[in-house]
Write a protein that binds this ligand. Structure first.
Ligand code: ACO
Length: 401
């Protein structure tokens, strides 16, 4: 039995909060969410304004340092990030050792964890300068590693970061340039990608960021913390949802099948859920989903593409939002419901979607890790309510039956 009253009297205060729905694990100045009103702000700036006016790298600066940069500050930050985009050649060797169709998230978590072995000389987490350097290295190298994972799958030779390009352009160039052909980055694609990176950059104490902080609370190095965050992001209930949404839309196949799948999602005997729907914090529209839905239309128009999956997704949203099951539970489309349609339009394969999320979220992970490291904190150590056997005596194996 759950003897919480005994734990109360032993410890003074004890709460049982599975999934931590009502427990704040830290104080933070970085991201504000009001889930009932559908509000998201980075350092006080509404996500809508940043999406409209800013760039991913500027948002990265804002999240890391708390203020929008001046022109000089931005130029210096851009220079620093650009300086660190290369990975050690042995990182490429490491990637080449993976099976050709290894999942990009498996490669990403392994390779990012291994960065502690490549940059072990500057790993003093008590030194603010070394922490800043590690944060910049992670932001700069994540796209390089993610693109390398894709190229490994394709069997293409490594593409080195072209530092005359901007952050999102550079990533697209590393992904899609092949030696035999000239590859020009489409500015519409780069702008759309930059927007998606902004929208994914931080989201306070989600599962992966909390993982980064929990690992960080032990004093572990930032590469280990970030690798743990990548692993947590991979799950379909978190960042893996963007891949799962596209697979689901493909499985539904046509608009006339939508009703059937909505019914399936309501059936408690069926494990199927509408992927890209629902959120622990938002009990209203996820403001990021609203921005991405609009961007979906604009990007497809600008690229001159039509995607029947967008019609399908909109029909799914329409039917679900008229259904009592979804209305009563306040289940709305989340950030991942429409993002995959944009990634697909940019030519990014479904298996890379969660790695795309990881590139954007790296900024949030390292910002939160920097904030934690710069302030006094205790090791994260949740408790449990023990529900197992009471004390019993050991029985030798020959006497067990
Ligand atoms: N489809 C159908 N029913 C759902 C869905 C869904 N997508 N999401 C929640 N529900 C139902 C649950 O079955 C539950 O019903 P009940 O009260 O009758 O038991 C109720 O809504 C509450 O759901 P919980 O699972 O308790 O909500 P929780 O806050 O723990 O989970 C989560 C949130 C994981 C996002 C969930 O909504 C889900 O699995 N969604 C689909 C996966 C997804 O899109 N994940 C991405 C989240 S955003 C991100 O990480 C970037």
């Amino acid at each position: 039995t759950l003897d919480i009253s005994r734990l109360h009297s032993e410890l003074g205060y004890f709460t049982y909060d599975p999934g931590y729905g009502a427990t704040a694990s830290c104080k933070s100045d970085i991201t504000y969410i009001d889930g009932n009103e559908g509000i998201l702000r980075y350092r006080g700036y509404p996500i809508e304004q940043l999406a409209e006016n800013s760039s991913f790298l500027e948002v990265a600066y804002l999240l890391l340092y708390g203020e929008l940069p001046t022109s000089d500050q931005f130029a210096a930050f851009d220079r620093d990030i650009t300086y660190h985009t290369m990975v050690h050649e042995k990182v490429n060797n490491f990637i080449s050792g993976f099976h050709y169709n290894a999942h990009p998230m498996a490669i990403l978590s392994g390779v990012v964890g291994s960065m502690a072995a490549f940059y072990h000389d500057k790993l003093d987490v008590n030194d603010p300068e070394q922490r800043d350097l590690a944060a910049k290295r992670l932001i700069a190298k994540m796209p390089t590693i993610a693109a390398a994972a894709y190229r490994h799958y394709m069997g293409w030779p490594s593409a080195y970061p072209r530092n005359s390009l901007k952050y999102s352009e550079r990533f697209l160039h590393m992904m899609f340039s092949v030696p035999a052909e000239d590859y020009e980055v489409n500015p519409v694609a780069a702008k759309a990608l930059d927007l998606l990176f902004i929208l994914h950059a931080d989201h306070e104490q989600n599962a992966s960021t909390s993982t980064v902080r929990l690992v960080g609370s032990t004093g572990a190095n930032p590469y280990a913390c970030t690798a743990a965050g990548i692993a947590a992001l991979w799950g379909p209930a978190h960042g893996g949802a963007n891949e799962a949404v596209l697979n689901m839309l493909n499985e539904i196949g046509s608009v006339d099948q939508v009703g059937k799948y909505v019914e399936k999602a309501k059936d408690k005997n069926d494990p199927f859920r509408l992927m890209g729907f629902g959120h622990r914090v938002y009990k209203n529209f996820d403001p990021r989903a609203t921005i991405i839905r609009k961007a979906c239309h604009e990007v497809l128009d600008d690229l001159g593409q039509a995607d029947p999956l967008l019609d399908l997704a909109m029909e799914l949203e329409r039917i679900a939002l008229e259904d009592d099951y979804f209305v009563e539970r306040k289940l709305y489309p989340n950030v991942d419901f429409y993002s995959g349609i944009i990634y697909k339009a940019l030519g990014i394969p479904t298996s890379m979607f969660t790695a795309m999320f990881a590139i954007g979220r790296t900024v949030g992970w390292v910002s939160q890790w920097l904030e934690q490291s710069a302030t006094p904190h205790r090791i994260g150590r949740p408790r449990q309510v023990y529900t197992g056997a009471g004390e019993r005596d050991y029985v030798p194996i020959e006497r067990r039956n």
